[in-house]
Design a protein around this ligand. Sequence first.
Ligand code: ADA
Length: 601
Amino acid sequence: MLYPQSNACRQRADLSGFWDFRFDPADEGLGQGWGAGFDPAEIIAVPASWNDQFADWRDYVGVAWYQTTFDLPWGWRGQKIFVRFNAVSYLAEVWLNGERLGEHEGGYLPFAFDITDRVEEAGNMLVVRVDGNLAWDRVPPGNLAGLPGAAFPTVNYPDTSFDFFPYCGIQRPVLLYTEPHDAIADLTAVTEIDGASGVVRVQIARTPGDPLAARVALAGHGAELSTTVALEESAAEVTLTVPDAALWSPDTPNLYDLRVELLRDGAVVDCYTLAIGIRTIAVEGDRLLLNGEPVKLVGFGRHEDFPVVGKGLLPALIVKDYALMRWIGANSFRTSHYPYSEQMMDMADRLGFLVIDETPAVGLFFFEEGLEKRNRLCDQMIREMIDRDKNHPSVIMWSIANEPHTAHLEARQAYYRDLTVVEHPSRPEAVAAFKAQTELVRALDPTRPVTLVSQEGALEEAFAFVDVVCLNRYHGWYTQSGQIDLGLQYLDREIELIHELYPKPFLLSEFGTDTIPGHHAHPPEMFSEEYQAEFLAKQIHLTDEKPFVIGQHIWNMCDFKTSQAVHRMGAYNYKGVFTRDRRPKLAAHRVRALWRGEDGS
Ligand code: ADA
């Protein structure tokens, strides 16, 4: 799904700003026809979550309505006209001038509607009903306490099955945009390396119509290449060879401008420009290879999270977070636990960060209730995520889930007792789902490794299907609490056991400790900054000694908001090495010295 562009053939307008708004706790708006317009009760900022914008509605995750009016920009008539929502959490229904355009389920990926035949010259009324409810047949799931025979007593409020606040609303920009009737419908750029040359294969999909030609040009780093092909049917592919290619990597985030034009009788009827990076990513034995060389991923699990805006897009925060990751010596992060904004992904390309792109499938469970729908949603979100992010050189791996509840309870009890792995420890429904999803990922994108981020350790049978093993583990925190060195012994044994069963590259994808900013203790004690610094340093040293470990992602880069729960003081997860407002804790300095090789070890 190409991001809307403004150029000689296309236009784009941003509807960000202040919209009319109304909460609908009784969910009466549908029945009362609010889709045709409603009496606003508030004014709300778009893009941003609604939870922290008002005094009394922080924990409200029900239904609310947005509306705004717009005039059609001059000169747009005669083209195809669309409205696009970059992300609305959780479920959006959209009307234009009283006509229902459709709906989209899933809070972190874009969707668009063709409004060519519905948009007026002036006074267009765009209305959006947003349903933020938590439910067990949604992805990510919630309200599990409502599950018949629930094994989940309500431990947090709002009742999520994941550990971050379920912010809701229109959290990323809403765009109007045009495309010509003969348009580039999609582009897929795949790059390879051949000696000193780069090979760029470009698949061009077009809207149906009369025969056209496609001119593909690649410019940058001294290269000026182009080729023209006939574009009779719906798609064509061209290959460009770039001599002395300037490869993309964290140290050299070289990008080229790929410009595609559609031509009829020599005249340009559509054009689109894509920034591409020439790089390869592959798994070879126990190693992850970037451009044919082993690469180590050092960085973080993160969240899109900040006071007041919640999960709302905040460009200055994106700049700040990349600056802090650069400062601490990180080269990588995972989009835990949902695809991040297009702007965040573009900056990873430009600044040179290696991204594990993760779907919103966090906290999945495999009871029968709602399973068919959850599986269908997981497939939908895998497709949408790959369709949106497939051209980013920074995306080096797809993650299909975070911490699914894969294992049987009995299997877990035996495992936690003494690392005993019983026969078939995973639920068959989970094994079937993840086998199908890894196959779907490979069918959609055979060029990148696929992973699943697990808490089940050696019980995770889905590790058989993935290319890279990712483990979240907190030995010395949730287990062996207060005993960092004992935790290391358990971590050491467990990683070796997992690698014995699943001999693949291994990433310690989460490890960390809740740390109250400014709280100190000597000797180190849980929740103190000293404990976090020692815990992280020792687990980094341990995992660095293992040849099959391809890196560490600390949990988390920054403190972030969660639901209320007894184990989340102030409704915060304090595992950040930076505070929520981006101030470094002691561990940030310790990790910086480690990752920048300045710790003298
Ligand atoms: C899990 C989960 C994270 C966070 C972490 C923690 O690994 O993936 O989202 O909840 O635990 O802080 O306990």
